[in-house]
Design a protein around this ligand. Structure first.
Ligand SMILES: Nc1ncnc2c1ncn2[C@@H]1O[C@H](COP(=O)(O)OP(=O)(O)OP(=O)(O)O)[C@@H](O)[C@H]1O
Length: 322
């Protein structure tokens, strides 16, 4: 079996509002191997949730995928009939735990009813089978079986997040996408959720995409990192290598500036402010290495060692940058 699970190729997504096109993702490419944990990092508005939604085919108007392919084990899931995608891929191969999802539990339904609903909508109707699967899933997330008969308001934020992760495991997916699973949780609970995600990855072999604005979170959990800025990949590679030697000026800024539960706050340095420009490199208005070419042209995604970096500093073909 090939180790490559998901390959995103030149993916572009735009939102069309009042005849204006807001480009949310532009030519995004990356891949993830079976069993890996990939951290997707970027500040608010960088396109992280849009990317997750594109993978689960839930970009709704005014949003539209304008370009690209998403290959899951070689099949372009963007061209799969949507009914077949929902039947064969969603929940069974790819599960998604949305941002702020603790609030998505239905307050008048017991936790077990959420499991019944999800399973029944996928054709599993035997309630005993569903109950047994739910019991196994809540055990996996270190919750007591009794939570299944609770109502959401009886659970803490961390417990609700665990329930949602358990629910995402219900149909044994190969890939789980977690969108900011630790935001809105206190520091100790954040760490316990990340530890839980690592346990699922290790014990079940589930491939994980974890979306976060905190590079410290990605560093803690992910083997690979994808750094997004203004809808574009700025850097993609091995986490350890990126943390030890960030190549893109934006990644360097992120590492030096983002407050994290894993870092000494006194060493923070803010990234300078700046609008996203209409022309040139999207980061040039905030970059301390900016040169004339950065204001005029868009950099490509260049290979530097084992990494991909969108910065003219790593364009080997361009020796004389003004
Ligand atoms: N439904 C929508 N309609 C119009 N524009 C949208 C919509 N959803 C997202 N966008 C725009 O697309 C861009 C990317 O948004 P997205 O939510 O994917 O970013 P994000 O990195 O997930 O941000 P956050 O961390 O705040 O959730 C932003 O410019 C945003 O304003």
């Amino acid at each position: 079996m090939t180790r490559l699970l998901l390959k995103v190729q030149d993916l572009s997504v735009a939102y069309f509002i009042h005849k204006q096109e807001i480009v949310a993702l532009k030519d995004v490419s990356f891949e993830i191997e079976r069993g890996e944990i990939l951290g997707i990092i970027g500040e608010s508005g960088s396109g992280k949730t849009t990317l997750a939604k594109a993978i689960i085919r839930s970009i709704k108007p005014p949003g539209k995928i304008t370009k690209g392919k998403i290959l899951y084990e070689g099949e372009d899931i963007l061209s799969v009939d949507i009914k077949r995608f929902k039947r064969e891929y969603l929940w069974k191969k790819i599960s998604y735990v949305p941002q702020a999802s603790q609030n998505s539990l239905n307050g008048v339904m017991r936790i077990i009813d959420h499991f019944y609903d999800t399973a029944i909508s996928h054709g599993i109707t035997d309630r005993n089978t569903i109950y047994d699967k739910a019991k196994e899933a809540v055990k996996m997330v270190s919750l007591d079986e009794r939570v299944l008969s609770s109502y959401p308001h009886e659970l803490s934020g961390g417990m609700k997040q665990r329930v949602l992760i358990a629910l995402s495991l219900l149909l044994d997916p190969e890939l789980i996408i977690l969108d900011e699973p630790t935001s809105a949780l206190d520091v100790a609970t954040q760490k316990s959720i990340l530890d839980l995600v690592m346990k699922i990855n290790k014990e079940l072999g589930t491939t994980i995409i974890l979306i976060t604005h905190d590079i410290g979170v990605a560093n803690y959990i992910a083997k690979k990192m994808l750094v997004l800025y203004a809808g574009q990949v700025m850097e993609f590679g091995n986490t350890e290598e990126i943390m030890n030697n960030p190549l893109h000026p934006y990644t360097q800024g992120l590492i030096n500036s983002v407050p994290s539960i894993y870092k000494d706050v006194s060493k923070l340095k803010p990234i300078s402010e700046g609008e996203i420009p209409l022309k040139g490199c999207p980061f040039h208005t905030r970059c301390s290495y900016v040169s004339e070419i950065c204001k005029m042209e868009e950099p490509g995604l260049y290979t530097a060692n084992t990494r991909l970096v969108r910065c003219f500093l790593y364009d080997k073909a361009r020796k004389n940058i003004s």
